[in-house]
Design a protein around this ligand. Sequence first.
Ligand SMILES: [Zn+2]
Length: 128
Amino acid sequence: MAMDQRAGHLEPGHVIAGDAGLHLKGGACASCGALAFPKPAICSGCLSEDIADAPLAGGGVLYAYSVIHVGRRPDLPYAVGYVDLADGVRVFTELTRTDGLCPDMKVAIEISPEAEGYRFNAAPVEAV
Ligand SMILES: [Zn+2]
């Protein structure tokens, strides 16, 4: 069986339910307040091990992206990119479209259950 090679696959432990639905589950350091995704065992800022679950922002801006035209997936082309969430955490994921993308455009994080975990994508919310 082929492994899931899409960028936006999440294991079940990386998602948390919040007021507005599903969120990426980050970690918030109780000592210095640093946020990270995925939730780390130790804070990279102050080495504290006191990390609390933190639902991350549901959107942000596209930092950088690349459109993939060659590969084994049947749905070429597709786009992947880094998103700077509104709370300052940068995540890597797949984008919902390949056209009209540009750095700094607003995107929404979409999370949906799938067979083994979750799928998360960044969906552009404005035209270029
Ligand atoms: Zn810290």
